[in-house]
Ligand binder design. Structure first.
Ligand SMILES: [Zn+2]
Length: 265
């Protein structure tokens, strides 16, 4: 029965997202898989928290879209999330939800909160920070970098990250599947969830500034994330070849989840 509800409710979300151009066809299929796993937990916490991440992040992606298009070419992907992006953002959270189904231990609720706080913080920071008129600075050495370049942070983006993580933490507290005995006090939970999200977003920026693959376009000379730009092949100049934006997102959300286990304890 839960399986059926899972498939129907996630398909409804995925179809809406596909029609609104928030997900590609592959991304929609991945979203149905993610949603179905979360609904089989038999508690609204898991699905609802993922939905808060997904709906708010898609809304921020649409915000001032035309302005962002000018810098969007620099990002590895377009506005539509494909299957890899869905798994990179939601994979760690789904893994933690499966751990909870298996072992029923509260730590997996905290890990789930922390990983979703991380991806929400990171997406909000990217979507809002890119609009900042201030030039981002490298999280590593404070040197000014191009808008949209990985590893760059702005004050607006950092505040957005904190707000996104806090929203997940508050929703996580309100919707928690745990009883009062297993739950940390309200402000402890909210603080830990927010801090874990910021840690995850920081890991994302740090990896973005160090090991994430960066290429240079031979036409416009810009530093880009994808292997092609301006219709030509771009050459890798820095980072590890497999360390794409998706890989960085996956590692960062996993780190945020682990951090949250320690912060809640
Ligand atoms: Zn170019």
């Amino acid at each position: 029965m839960h399986l059926l509800i899972g498939i129907i409710s996630s398909a409804a979300v995925a179809i809406t997202a596909y029609r609104k151009h928030a997900l590609s066809a592959g991304g929609s299929v991945a979203a149905v898989v993610v949603g179905t796993v979360l609904v089989t937990t038999a508690h609204p916490f898991w699905f609802a928290l993922m939905l808060v991440f997904f709906v708010t992040s898609s809304a921020w992606s649409r915000y001032k879209r035309k302005l962002k298009r000018q810098v969007a070419q620099q990002f590895a992907k377009g506005e539509r999330r494909d299957a890899l992006q869905v798994m990179a953002n939601g994979g760690a959270a789904v893994l933690f939800a499966c751990m909870y189904i298996q072992w029923n231990d509260p730590v997996w609720v905290w890990a789930f909160t922390g990983s979703l706080a991380s991806v929400t913080a990171d997406t909000w920071a990217t979507e809002i920070g890119v609009l900042s008129s201030a030039r981002p600075r490298s999280v590593l050495n404070g040197r000014k970098v191009d808008t949209g370049e990985s590893g760059g942070v702005t004050l607006a983006g950092t505040l957005a990250a904190a707000a996104g993580a806090a929203l997940i933490a508050v929703c996580g507290y309100v919707l928690s599947p745990l009883d009062d005995v297993a739950m940390p006090p309200r402000w402890h939970y909210i603080f830990a969830g927010t801090a874990a999200g910021l840690i995850g977003a920081f890991v994302d920026s740090l990896l973005g500034a160090t090991v994430q693959r960066q290429c240079v376009c031979h036409v416009c000379q810009k530093t880009v994330e994808s292997l092609s730009h301006c219709g030509r092949k771009a050459s890798p100049v820095r980072g590890v070849s497999w360390m794409t934006n998706d890989a960085v997102n996956a590692i960062a959300s996993f780190s945020g989840g682990v951090a949250c286990i320690f912060l809640m304890g």
